[in-house]
Write a protein that binds this ligand. Structure first.
Ligand code: PEP
Ligand code: MN
Length: 359
């Protein structure tokens, strides 16, 4: 697809990183004034605040709704800030446009549903407002891409994607697992797309915010969104992950290291090229070895076919995983990496055997 006419949702001067901060939810005029007063010197490009909150379970705080709009418009005027909020249906769009929000965002629970996305993008036809699209809850590149395409089709040409991590079931140190390769692929397909990271919804806890923000910077993201509240401990939603403006400044922004995408330093580039050539050679060798492995797998497939033995052998699979995870430990390779790698090889092996056996 073409991305003519695609502009960033948020313009920043001289390639400066975008900063979007604000509470998970708008809660009261005082909360918003306090937040604005204590963070205006950080020069945020946008203040975020949810007014309609998509809560996973009923009975939780659902946001203040339309009554919060004048509170937000007041800090916009008083502090010269720009304001954005989440819209999840065409009614929200109508209200938000009338109210004068500067930018809208689409939440993860909405991106996941093409009916809602279409409804929202239809409501935005002919309107010139920037839209930021969070990734869907599940790691599906096409739902994310499809949502962005729907907005492009509606004539929205100031767009950004926000990586906020993906839902999963089980234990993880993060609230929503970042899967950096999915936004990398999105950016490969739409090179002009502005890319942001919502460090709060990935981290789920202040402790990981800096680390996620630094990864975002190192992967050339255009900026971050972060949940900031004047009194995080009393927040009505997402209290565990919100931080004060002072924490944001001292513990995150002051510590983030900004790195350039490239350099003209000849010596550096020569050195890097030399190492990259070696890496390319290793990648070639890895693929050749994998192809050899597949040939052996196919041989086993033929044997299994003759003896009417099933492809999947749980005991053997368990042995492989256990052995390689142990092996990986000694080579300083993480268990998660070894598991994902060997799983991918296993799936390919099953396909090769299946082809041989069911031909
Ligand atoms: C939010 O930004 O407060 C929110 C609900 O985010 P997400 O859609 O990423 O869950
Ligand atoms: Mn939140």
């Amino acid at each position: 697809m073409t991305s003519n006419m695609l502009n960033p949702a948020i313009t920043s001067k001289n390639g400066e990183k975008v900063l979007i901060l604000g509470p998970c939810s708008a809660e009261s005029p005082d909360q918003l004034h306090e937040l604005a007063k204590r963070s205006v010197h950080l020069k945020p490009h946008l203040i975020r605040a949810g007014i309609w909150k998509p809560r996973t379970r009923p009975g939780h705080f659902q946001g203040m709704g339309e009554q919060a709009i004048p509170w937000l418009m007041e800090i916009k005027k008083e502090y010269g800030l720009k304001i954005c909020t989440e819209v999840a249906n065409s009614h929200h769009v109508e209200v938000a446009l009338k109210a004068g929000f500067d930018t809208l965002w689409i939440g993860a629970r909405t991106t996941v549903n093409p009916f809602y996305v279409q409804d929202i993008s239809d409501a935005l036809k002919g309107v010139d407002i920037p839209v930021m699209v969070k990734n869907p809850l599940n790691p599906d590149l096409y739902l994310w891409l499809g949502a962005i395409e729907r907005f492009l089709q509606s004539g929205i040409n100031r767009l950004a994607a926000i990586h906020r991590g993906f839902s999963f079931y089980g234990n993880s140190i993060y609230r929503n697992t970042p899967r950096w390769q999915i936004p990398i692929e999105l950016k490969r397909r739409i090179p002009d797309l502005q890319m942001l990271v919502d460090i709060s919804h990935i981290s789920g806890h202040p402790e990981h915010l800096l680390e996620i923000a630094q990864i975002a910077y190192d992967l050339n993201y255009d900026g971050i969104m972060v949940e900031v509240h004047p009194e995080p401990q009393n927040a009505l939603s997402d209290a565990e992950q919100q931080v004060t403006p002072e924490f944001l400044e001292k513990e995150i922004l002051d510590k983030l290291i900004y790195r350039e995408v490239s350099t003209n330093d000849v010596q550096f580039n020569l050195q890097i090229d030399e190492i990259r050539n070696k890496i390319d050679q290793i990648d070639d060798d890895l693929l050749k070895l994998l192809a050899k492995r597949m040939q052996l797998v196919e041989q086993i497939g033929l044997e299994k076919k003759q003896s009417r033995i099933s492809i999947f052998q749980p005991k053997r699979w368990d042995e492989i995983i256990t052995r390689l995870v142990e092996f990986g430990k000694h080579e300083n390779l993480s268990e998660e990496f070894i598991f994902n790698l060997i799983e991918a090889i296993h799936i390919e092996s099953i396909q090769h055997q299946s082809q041989k056996m069911n031909k």
